[in-house]
Write a protein that binds this ligand. Structure first.
Ligand code: BEZ
Length: 341
């Protein structure tokens, strides 16, 4: 069994067609068929049901596909990491979710450039989940997101919790009410905008609530965890999940593609939403931002990087982040990386 055979099998399994797989791999169709036949003969197992169109995998083939595609992705990751270890890129490639760009990211980059004037930084707008693959492929060296990820290749540092604020149209009856309660917002149309949802499994959901409540008292964490299993087990949309922790289900929702669109709809009087506090400078002519009384309605900010390869400039970036936090009086708990190249 060799890599050529395995890659040929994955291409056919993905595309369910010998001709499409041949075009994708750059092999001729007879060579591709030969590689697959050799693989099946070596294993003594039929992987592909050739008698139906489109092609199907046999039961054994499906099992093999699931397992072997994970292994091939790992081989790609290890290859790319080894290349980066031997010659780290001179530029620091940073992935971020849009909400951190409105917050401290520009100031953190400016501080990093003061500490290391020669540094070359590339910024890439990329969702939390996509950051995991982008880290493994080497597209980015570090990612800032708002969700915890359990991945054997990735290490994460919880930087801080940022409070959510409610964004209401200026004409809304609650627009000038300070310290709002979620229950008082339940009769509004809630605009949802998250691209990444919480994991479905209740164990992981509970874990995320616990992580998100890291800085709260034990009793608050227990309450949140308990109510999660009772009322929000299957609610994976992050804003609905926050409401569900208080046993509230907003009476109407609208889902849009991103945060900017959500705030545009609020500005147009189409509903309300919750956004991390650093967004409260956006569209202030039409939108009123108010704090919530609930201290645990927060959005965490995570730093993600590979476990086995930390780009040489990342420790300086972490120093710049903590420097900005100190200058602004932001509470944080200092953490470090597991390993540094
Ligand atoms: C922050 O707002 O804490 C933050 C934003 C971007 C990168 C790191 C931290």
């Amino acid at each position: 069994m060799d890599l050529k055979q395995l890659n040929a099998f994955i291409a056919v399994a993905d595309l369910r067609s010998f001709s499409a797989a041949a075009a994708k791999t750059g092999l001729s169709q007879p060579s591709l068929s030969r590689l697959l036949k050799q693989l099946e003969t070596d294993m003594g197992v039929v992987l592909i049901d050739r008698y139906h169109r489109p092609l199907n995998l046999t039961e054994a083939g499906s099992f093999f596909y699931d397992k072997i595609s994970t292994i091939l992705t790992e081989i790609d990751t290890v290859t790319s990491m080894t290349q980066r270890l031997s010659a780290p890129s001179s530029a620091l490639n940073i992935g971020f979710v849009p909400s951190v760009l409105y917050g401290l990211l520009p100031e953190i980059i400016a501080t990093l450039k003061q500490f290391s004037p020669d540094i070359d930084v590339n910024l890439k707008d990329i969702s939390s989940y996509q950051q995991m693959d982008a880290l493994k492929s080497g597209e980015i060296d570090i990612g800032f997101g708002r969700f915890a990820h359990q991945d054997p290749w990735i290490q994460q540092i919880l930087l801080r919790h940022e409070r959510y604020v409610v964004a209401l149209p200026k004409s809304h009856p609650l627009a000038n009410v300070r310290k709002q309660r979620l229950i008082d917002l339940a009769n509004n149309r809630l605009i949802l905008y998250h691209q990444t949802h919480l994991p479905v499994s209740s164990t992981v959901t509970t874990e995320i609530v616990t992580q998100a409540s890291d800085e709260l008292s034990a009793s608050t964490v227990n309450r949140a965890t308990h109510e999660t299993s009772l009322s929000s087990e299957a609610i994976t949309e992050p804003l609905l999940h926050l409401f569900a922790q208080y046993g509230i289900s907003p009476f109407m929702t609208t889902t849009v593609s991103d945060l900017q669109v959500a705030l545009g709809l609020v500005a147009a009087g189409e509903g309300i939403t919750l956004v991390p506090a650093s967004l409260q400078t956006v569209r202030t002519e039409q939108i009123s931002y108010q704090r919530l009384i609930h201290e645990n309605v927060t959005s965490p900010i995570y730093l993600h990087t590979l476990k086995d390869f930390v780009h040489p400039n990342i420790p300086d970036l972490l120093t710049a982040i903590y420097h900005v936090y100190e200058q602004r009086g932001i509470t944080y708990r200092q953490q470090n990386f597991v390993s540094q190249a």
